[in-house]
Design a binder for this molecule. Structure first.
Ligand SMILES: Nc1nc2c(c(=O)[nH]1)N[C@H]1C(S)=C(S)[C@@H](COP(=O)(O)OP(=O)(O)OC[C@H]3O[C@@H](n4cnc5c(=O)[nH]c(N)nc54)[C@H](O)[C@@H]3O)O[C@H]1N2
Ligand SMILES: Nc1nc2c(c(=O)[nH]1)N[C@H]1C(S)=C(S)[C@@H](COP(=O)(O)OP(=O)(O)OC[C@H]3O[C@@H](n4cnc5c(=O)[nH]c(N)nc54)[C@H](O)[C@@H]3O)O[C@H]1N2
Ligand code: SF4
Ligand SMILES: [Mo]
Length: 702
């Protein structure tokens, strides 16, 4: 007789690293999934996405076999084919495009950071195509690239007591990990624990999130203006000499230049820009510079504006002058465990400016010196108008850009009418995949057998708990296609197992042995710079960026007014009187994923707009009614949620909402799609970020 048993594995339903217990009923089914109290990284936490993961895995609409389009694009007629046929076809068609036109005519588009990332950029590099697409220009990567040129490594908050000291001060900049489960590879519950433990907490967020409510100092910025607050904090800390003189003297480059540049950015100036009182900014500056150790946790709230890259610069300057880098309880550098295939330590002084190497600048879409790959809006536009050239093929690996990127209407046209060959890998036929020629069934984290090194200091193993149909790990499929295209030296592994064992070689153990343990730790080392310096051109933390100077852009951070605002566009403001932020994440969904799952959808059934109750009442709008949110570029419908989480004059709309229950190929992708409200006109000149959290809108009854 079979009986219940438990497997341990690591969830990847989002960027979190929650370790979970999977209960098997003993008859071949998973009965439930819970958090794992013994996990150091997540300490028992689980969110609805993790707990209801089986609803996704066993869903009736799941793609279970490779599907080849029959009829015209979007007709929804498919024929199942074998993996052999599918991978042959991709290799043939891709090779033909490369031979006839060149590798840049082929693009690899991925979604947010997921396991496939191990191979998506590599495949693109090995093919020689600069056209790697992702949401990264708007998300996280501006912070990574900026840290690499400023510090040489990515400083992450040390909230796990890895050096025997927890942060005493936490500054949160546009991050809502507490309410959404996890952000930036950190379990939100762990962030919250550290926050609760700290003596001083400061939150910069227009919304009254749980972190904001708990904080000692909550600054509510005028959306898009928050860089002014950081500049004024730096101003105050330098003026009051509360910076770390020893660190600045010995380990920073360009302090004098910063000191004279920052004079102009007084707290009073910042108050005028941000509407946060000067006294509050000074209080925050004093708390952050004097309560040690201090760390910064930051998020998407600061990634999506024309100031995104310089905001990241200002953040690193603040960390550096306050001496928070690479100390216990500060912002630290995790030493990798030493597996093969880990991304190499990036050295900008040698490798130039791109995530995608082998880049021919003239062939890259979009002209932004710090954009991590192709600039997606520029790429999609080029598919239609052929300027500077017309891409021919694309592989969409785990991305639904018609919902998650701006101007899904342009993207649909590019896919439906222009690109010659489209492959898509996903769990479901989404509005974007409905346009594909060939669809591949991707394996879910409950089906993957791999090493999950998402967290830096801890590496988790992921066990194959179940398997539906012929689903396959995206990485294994890329491996096979690459080899069929002749990239055998680049992908020398005969099988998936081969690849995994190759990864664990340096540790002197087989993958099988490695994965018997659920979690492996890297040793922590602090203050490494004392011996090694920093991996920048000057060998120091660059307060003044020599690379930016070489690029001919401002080496010190400045303020830019959002492109659509009462000040920049008073004419628009007359008719669009609300500040507009979009796409703050929802606990129940992962962007566009999860809306077809009953238990998760029940928790968040309709696309929502959050609005201050007084603002809504003044417009005569009732809680729960359908409304229209409009910008000069479009109008979409949402359900109104009156809430005092929103300050007056600021409106928030959820992103990536569609209606999987409606008919294809659109599945309601053009009804409540916030990304149809933004134009392709305004970008951060440095990295191409879009103004998704600093815009203007109006709200009317539907
Ligand atoms: N207006 C506005 N828009 C935004 C944002 C915002 O704040 N405001 N946020 C942006 C951000 S931060 C991001 S990162 C992007 C996200 O953009 P995307 O990554 O495109 O969004 P997802 O909806 O997560 O899309 C991914 C698809 O991948 C599938 N999938 C999930 N896991 C796997 C897997 O392992 N393999 C494969 N092959 N498929 C998988 C899902 O079923 C889903 O259909 O959206 C951005 N869009
Ligand atoms: N449940 C769930 N978890 C997720 C995701 C998901 O879709 N669902 N997506 C994952 C991904 S890809 C990412 S990138 C992370 C993102 O997670 P976070 O980094 O937390 O990003 P957001 O939720 O977009 O926004 C964070 C906060 O920024 C604030 N904000 C908005 N506009 C501004 C502004 O102008 N200035 C400032 N200072 N703050 C502002 C918002 O009010 C919000 O509370 O979450 C990851 N985790
Ligand atoms: S927060 Fe993310 S990693 Fe944790 S259980 Fe939820 S989906 Fe999984
Ligand atoms: Mo993201």
């Amino acid at each position: 007789m079979s009986s219940e048993y438990i497997s341990r594995t690591s969830c990847r339903g989002c960027h979190g690293v929650c370790q979970v217990l999977v209960y098997h009923d003993g008859k071949g089914k998973i009965s439930r999934i819970t958090g794992d109290k013994e996990s150091t990284a997540s300490q028992g936490y689980i969110c609805p996405k993790g707990a209801y993961a089986t609803e996704l895995v066993y869903h009736k609409d799941r793609i279970t076999k490779p599907l080849l389009r029959q009829g015209v694009r979007g007709e929804g007629k498919w024929k199942s084919i074998s993996w052999e046929e599918a991978t042959d076809m991709i290799a043939d068609r891709f090779t033909k495009i490369i031979n006839e036109s060149g590798p840049e005519y082929l693009a690899i588009a991925q979604g947010t950071g997921r396991p496939y990332m191990e191979f998506t950029t590599k495949f693109c590099n090995d093919l020689g195509s600069p056209n790697w697409l992702s949401p990264a220009h708007n998300c996280f990567v501006p912070r990574i690239l900026c840290s690499l040129i400023s510090i040489g490594w990515m400083p992450l908050p040390d909230i796990y007591n890895l050096g025997g000291e927890m942060p005493k001060c936490i500054l949160m900049l546009g991050n809502n990990g507490f309410e959404i489960g996890a952000a930036g590879d950190y379990c939100g519950r762990m962030e919250e624990k550290a926050f609760d433990n700290a003596e001083k907490t400061i939150v910069l967020d227009p919304r009254k999130t749980r972190a904001a409510r708990k904080s000692d100092i909550h600054m509510v910025p005028r959306p898009g203006s928050e860089i002014s607050i950081l500049l004024a904090m730096i101003h105050t800390i330098i003026k009051e000499k509360s910076y770390d003189e020893e660190f600045v003297e010995n380990h920073c480059y360009g302090f004098e230049k910063l000191e004279s540049h920052i004079q102009q950015y007084t707290p009073e100036w910042a108050e005028e820009k941000s509407h946060v009182e000067a006294t509050k900014i000074i209080e925050a500056a004093r708390a952050f510079s004097k309560t040690k150790p201090a760390c910064i946790i930051w998020g998407n709230g600061i990634d999506m504006s024309v100031n995104a890259f310089q905001f990241a610069r200002a953040t690193y300057i603040l960390m550096a002058i306050c001496g928070t880098l690479d100390i216990p309880g500060g912002n630290v550098d995790f030493v990798p465990l030493g597996l093969k295939g880990d991304p190499p330590a990036f050295d900008y002084t040698k490798s130039g400016l791109r995530m995608v190497a082998g880049t021919d600048k003239n062939k890259l879409m979009g002209d932004f010196p710090f954009c991590p790959g192709a600039h997606p809006p520029s790429f999609w536009q080029a598919c239609i108008d052929g300027k500077p050239y017309k891409p021919r093929g694309i592989w969409l690996v785990g991305t639904n850009p018609m919902l998650t990127a701006t101007r899904g209407d342009i993207i649909q046209r590019a896919l439906r009418d222009h690109l010659e060959f489209i492959v898509g890998s996903d769990f479901f036929i989404t509005p974007s995949l409905a346009m594909a020629d060939l669809v591949l069934p991707a394996s879910h984290w409950l089906e993957q057998d791999c090493i999950g090194n998402d967290l830096g200091w801890a590496v988790h193993t992921r066990k194959p708990i179940t398997k539906i149909g012929e689903v396959r790990d995206d990485r294994d499929v890329i491996r096979e296609v690459a080899r069929k295209m002749g990239l055998v030296d680049e992908f020398p592994w005969d099988s998936w197992e081969d690849y995994q064992s190759w990864r664990t070689e340096p540790l002197g153990m087989s993958f099988e042995k490695f994965s018997q343990k659920d979690q492996h730790y890297s040793p922590m080392k602090f203050k490494k710079y004392k011996k090694e310096g920093f991996r920048t051109k000057s060998g120091k933390v660059e307060l003044y960026s020599t690379i930016m100077e070489d690029c001919g852009v401002s080496p010190l951070p400045d303020y830019t007014e959002p492109p659509v605002s009462p000040i920049s566009t008073p004419d628009i403001y007359k008719n669009y009187p609300f500040y507009f932020i979009s796409g703050c994440k929802s606990l129940e969904f992962f962007h566009s994923e999860g809306q077809n799952l009953k238990s998760q959808r029940k928790l968040n059934p309709d696309p929502l707009v959050e609005m201050n109750p007084d603002d809504a009442s003044q417009l005569g709008l009732k809680d729960g009614q359908w409304i229209k949110v409009s910008t000069p570029w479009g109008s979409q419908k949402f359900r109104l949620k009156k809430t005092d989480r929103m300050p007056k004059e600021i409106v928030h709309a959820q992103h990536a909402r569609w209606y999987p229950e409606k008919e294809g190929p659109d599945f309601g992708a053009f009804e409540s799609n916030v990304n149809l409200l933004f134009p392709h006109d305004f970008y951060d000149p440095l990295n191409g970020a879009e103004s998704l959290k600093s815009f203007l809108c109006r709200v009317d009854a539907f």
